[in-house]
Design a protein around this ligand. Structure first.
Ligand code: SF4
Length: 499
């Protein structure tokens, strides 16, 4: 597998509604392709349980069971939690958050024009679909995709219009809020591309499209007896033995096209088109080929179903990975939209008041030594910051963040406009430099991993210790490196690296 840091694989996002056990149409139409994609792409696959509510909100009694059925089918079919991220949509609240923000900027007409909106309202006339949830589901779908900064969305031809709406939403959002960012506007939310999936044809057992609602499907987890019965009972393309038929128009022929090897397929094709085999023989061979493919899937599925702890861990780990990726996007989005965050609280305090906030009255510290004062200031800072960033202690002055980043916290007092921090030469991801100036104000520069990594070797060493020098420069500050001074005032009070 390629190194994710130096050579990240393109991201793919796709989901399925939990409407029950998957059938072969779902398998050959999507899942089989997902199993291949997990080897070449960074894949996020989610069970779209909120989407199930957009049409079935009146009866939610099966949503939880069906969520698990879908996960079991995925695992049975060969999705590997080591290779891809599997998670449950409703466990990642950021999808709903981004959906709300999108709903603020998306014109109503865009949603009303989605081809499936009117079509489905007519097809599902027995349900009341005059709800916002149903109208807004393509927008929730846009949030599902865009929150993971997906490069590709694997879809069939009929879904291309939905991805186009997603791209339009991304463009509009970037246009409105991207300008609030210092970087290029387009980088706020990535526009995904369609990864067209060629789907082999698979008719239902009555010759219509395979669909659960028609009752003509074969389940991926079908037991051998039911599988044989469904195939034996199926409608074929040759009403009479003497009729010539075509495997293309026959559900049994379709099964051969998907599950039989080349020789068997050639034999069936010749026998069917020239009426030299009986349908009953053809069906027996189709049962054999299909069962050979489904048996290992069914067995893997049963193994996972017997291990709830393993399943729980798979979903927990998938949720964790999805949360991290979604939260990374949302941090940038919240910032671009201009929402208040606790991490940037200091930036919103008027300058004249900010000075008062960090100044420690002389009387409090007059009886203490300089070292004791530093201890108190550091403890004060850590107490405030840890409340929101869940810093876990590792060793003195080294903390671990929720993402496992090592944070070194160091203090120094100003001397002639300079601060000199003496740091152990060990691997740190984040450096929090607490710089006390001559007026006893505390500046806290939280240097993120990229800055630390880029400059670590450029700091001088003294007696095996790393010497980090920060210089005052007007209202800002500069980090001294062997390659020149680097401005760091933008990291003052920016705690995003601590998350
Ligand atoms: S021979 Fe096979 S493929 Fe042809 S119509 Fe009969 S069952 Fe279908």
């Amino acid at each position: 597998m390629p190194n994710e840091t130096t050579n990240p694989r393109p991201r793919v996002l796709s989901g399925m509604r939990p409407t029950g056990k998957l059938h072969l149409g779902n398998y050959v139409g999507a899942l089989q392709n997902w199993v291949k994609l997990q080897h070449t792409h960074k894949c996020f696959f989610f069970v779209a349980d909120w989407h199930a509510l957009t049409t079935d909100y009146e009866d939610t009694s099966r949503v939880a069971d069906n969520t698990l059925e879908v996960l079991l089918d995925w695992l049975g079919a060969g999705l590997d939690p080591e290779l891809c991220t599997m998670f449950v949509q409703s466990h990642i609240k950021q999808h709903a958050e981004l959906h709300v923000l999108f709903s603020m900027v998306t014109p109503l007409g865009w949603l009303e024009r989605v081809p499936t909106y009117k079509e489905q309202q007519q097809n599902l006339a027995t349900k009341d679909l005059s709800t916002y949830g149903f109208l807004g589901y393509p927008l929730l779908q846009a949030a599902d995709i865009l929150i993971y900064q997906a490069d590709f969305v694997p879809v069939g031809e009929d879904q291309v219009a939905h991805v186009e709406l997603t791209r339009e939403v991304a463009r509009r959002f970037n246009q409105i809020f991207g300008r609030n960012r210092a970087e290029n506007a387009a980088s706020l939310i990535k526009e995904p591309r369609v990864l067209l999936t060629k789907t082999p044809k698979l008719l239902g057992m009555d010759g219509r499209k395979m669909s659960k609602s028609y009752g003509n499907s074969i389940l991926l987890s079908e037991e051998p007896e039911q599988l044989a019965q469904k195939i034996n009972d199926s409608v074929t393309d040759r009403p009479k033995l003497t009729d010539k038929g075509s495997p293309d128009r026959c559900p049994v022929g379709n099964l051969h096209q998907i599950f039989s090897d080349e020789d068997r397929l050639a034999f069936i094709k010749a026998g069917c088109t020239q009426a030299t085999i009986k349908c009953v023989e053809c069906k027996a061979l189709a049962i054999q080929s299909t069962e050979a493919h489904l048996k290992p899937i069914r067995e893997r599925r049963k193994q996972f179903a017997a291990q709830p702890d393993v399943l729980r861990k798979i979903v927990q780990e998938g949720n964790r990975q999805a949360y991290d990726a979604a939260e990374e996007t949302m941090r940038a989005v919240r910032d671009a939209v201009g929402l208040f965050s606790l991490g940037s609280l200091e930036q919103h305090i008027p300058k004249e008041l900010a000075k008062d906030r960090i100044r420690v009255p002389e009387t409090v510290h007059s009886a203490q030594t300089r070292d004791e004062r530093w201890e108190i200031r550091t403890a004060e800072w850590l107490e405030k910051v840890s409340r929101f960033y869940l810093l876990r202690k590792d060793k003195p002055r080294t903390f671990i963040t929720r993402k496992g980043r090592k944070v070194g916290v160091h203090t120094a007092a100003e001397r002639d406009g300079h601060w000199k921090f003496t740091v152990e030469d060990r691997a740190l991801n984040v450096l929090a430099l607490l710089a006390q100036d001559s007026d006893r104000y505390l500046h806290d520069y939280v240097l993120p991993p990229k800055v630390v990594q880029d400059h670590w070797k450029q700091f001088p060493r003294e007696e095996g210790k790393v010497i980090i020098e920060v210089k005052k420069a007007g209202e800002g500050a500069l980090l001294a490196t062997s390659q020149g001074d680097v401005p760091i005032h933008q990291y003052e009070g920016d705690y995003s690296a601590l998350q």
